[in-house]
Design a protein around this ligand. Structure first.
Ligand code: CA
Length: 508
């Protein structure tokens, strides 16, 4: 068996996690004399000292809970032995009190992207078909198939066609306050830089969300919107033929797009984690955080999200906000989500999942400490409400649910052109609109899922690579992927999840 290996992240921590695959048996003795009093699974916590009942359990230098009973040195600490603390109060947080100084600029990095008229830069050249109501989803599926068969072969510079199908539009309380979220998300999805500004909308005709509302201000609906209920159509085939004509016009425009060298500052990269384990905060997320710093130093935009996985670490983030106003915006999003969960009779403890716990994460506090590592160390310069479009460069908090599919969809609406996704347990996640680079937290997962995982951060836990080395690898992989030189596994398989627009408003 390999020598027993554990990782203690912070000098103040009174727990460490076991690295060895399969965990370690009772009686295992570490080099420094620590002996396990019971079996500890991989990724799970071992007490480094005697922790008395009620005393804090500390990981990441932060209290992740209070000991539920006496925890002797060498014992296994699972979710049942820690009591979850209350989340940080939102009314007394420090605002912009420890704003990080800018890091030295990183010059000379570029990628080959598609520059748009509005100044944004895409990483792909895709025809997006927007929809105003779920009723047309089946029609859009038919049309997408026909476009692939009949039209795409004529336009070699266009990568793909994507239907923006969703579950909104009909049977919704369109004027409810929270309806602003799904509506602006659908509006902004169609504006994603990868669609090149060639917007077309398929609607039904009787839906509450009028198709015209999905067009940007100033764009004429003529030739951009098709309603299936229009009386001029005799039969389904006539509608399909007209949609194909609309698509053909847009494909001809998209086909004129050419990749050109763009500075790395034109990248908008989203980060999220899914199927996390206790290595997420040790290997993959810190490597993503280091890479986030590199991207910000290069002038690019980086988003982190997932409100319930940030909530318990918010006291570490508000001091990092560039101004008190940005910090207040962050608090506003946390408060909104607290009330949203409360209205549904839930709280943040609904996260983590059973798989997270199997992977060693005892509770949402421990998960949050690992999750925010993705944000790196730079100042948070802006906060976006769910589905708002990005409006400045640098590190941004884009408020979204932590659900992988909702977070992904909302980040695409906010304008990401590439996403980095970290996973410990493994998930076959992918987005059809933007490339997704999947990074595993453990070597075992990278080996088993060798044709799904793009980059292995498990080499950090094994000591083969440093966080910085993997962070640089990721940075280079982002530039290559954004340039179309490397296709991540989800694109090679065509492995894509459906859009999942966040709708906190009532359904009627
Ligand atoms: Ca997630």
């Amino acid at each position: 068996m390999d020598a027993p290996r554990r990782i203690q992240l912070h000098a103040d921590d009174n727990v460490a996690i076991v690295v060895n695959a399969g965990g370690l048996p009772a009686g295992t003795e570490f080099e420094d004399g620590l002996v396990l009093t019971e079996r500890v699974p991989q990724g799970h916590k071992v007490a480094l000292e005697d922790i008395a009942a009620g005393a804090p359990v500390i990981r990441y230098g932060e209290m992740i809970g209070a000991a539920d009973r006496d925890l002797p040195r060498g014992s296994w600490i699972d979710e049942f032995k820690i009591r979850v603390p209350a989340p940080p109060a939102l009314d007394a947080l420090p605002l912009a009190t420890r704003v990080p100084q800018p890091l030295p600029p990183l010059e000379g990095f570029s990628f080959d992207g598609y520059r748009n008229a509005d100044g944004t830069v895409g990483t792909r050249n895709v025809l997006g078909i927007s929809t105003s109501v779920q009723c047309v989803a089946g029609t859009v599926d038919v049309v997408v198939r026909l476009i692939r068969e009949r039209l795409l072969p004529k336009y070699p510079n266009v990568d793909d066609v994507v239907g923006l199908n969703h579950l909104y539009g009909c049977g919704v309380a369109i004027n409810a306050p929270a309806a602003v979220i799904p509506i602006r998300s659908l509006q902004n999805l169609a504006l994603n830089p990868n669609f090149g500004g060639e917007i077309m909308v398929i609607g039904l005709g009787c839906e509450k969300l009028l198709p015209e509302r999905l067009l940007p201000q100033g764009v004429n609906g003529d030739g951009s919107v098709l309603r299936m209920q229009d009386e001029r159509f005799q039969g389904f085939e006539a509608m399909i033929e007209e949609i194909l004509v609309m698509a053909d016009n847009r494909l001809a425009q998209l086909n004129t797009r050419k990749r050109q060298t763009c500075p790395a500052s034109d990248l908008v990269v989203g980060t999220q984690c899914g199927g996390s384990d206790s290595f997420s905060g040790v290997t993959a997320n810190p490597a993503v955080g280091f890479c986030s710093d590199l991207l910000v130093r290069a002038g690019a935009t980086v988003m982190f999200s997932e409100v319930t996985e940030v909530r318990d670490a918010v006291h570490l983030l508000t001091p990092r906000c560039a101004t008190p106003d940005v910090a207040r915006a962050l608090i506003r999003e946390m408060d909104w989500y607290d009330r949203y969960l409360q209205s549904g009779g839930a709280d943040r403890a609904a996260n983590p999942s059973p798989g997270n716990k199997t992977g060693g994460l005892a509770n949402v506090v421990e998960k949050a400490m690992g999750s925010i590592a993705k944000s790196g160390t730079t100042a948070i310069v802006d906060v976006l409400a769910p589905g708002e479009r990005v409006r400045r460069r640098g590190l941004i908090f884009a408020a979204t649910p932590a659900s992988d599919f909702v977070c992904g969809t909302m980040q695409v609406a906010s304008g990401i052109t590439l996403q980095v996704f970290t996973t410990g347990r493994g998930t076959p996640y992918g987005l059809s609109m933007v490339p997704v680079i999947k990074m595993a937290t453990r070597k075992e997962l990278s080996a088993r899922w060798h044709d799904l995982i793009d980059i292995d951060a498990g080499r950090i836990a094994s000591g083969e690579k440093t966080v910085e080395e993997v962070g640089w690898e990721l940075f280079q992989l982002i530039l290559d992927t954004a340039s179309g030189r490397v296709r991540p596994w989800s694109d090679r398989w065509g492995l894509y999840n459906a859009l999942a627009v966040f709708n906190p408003a009532p359904v009627t």
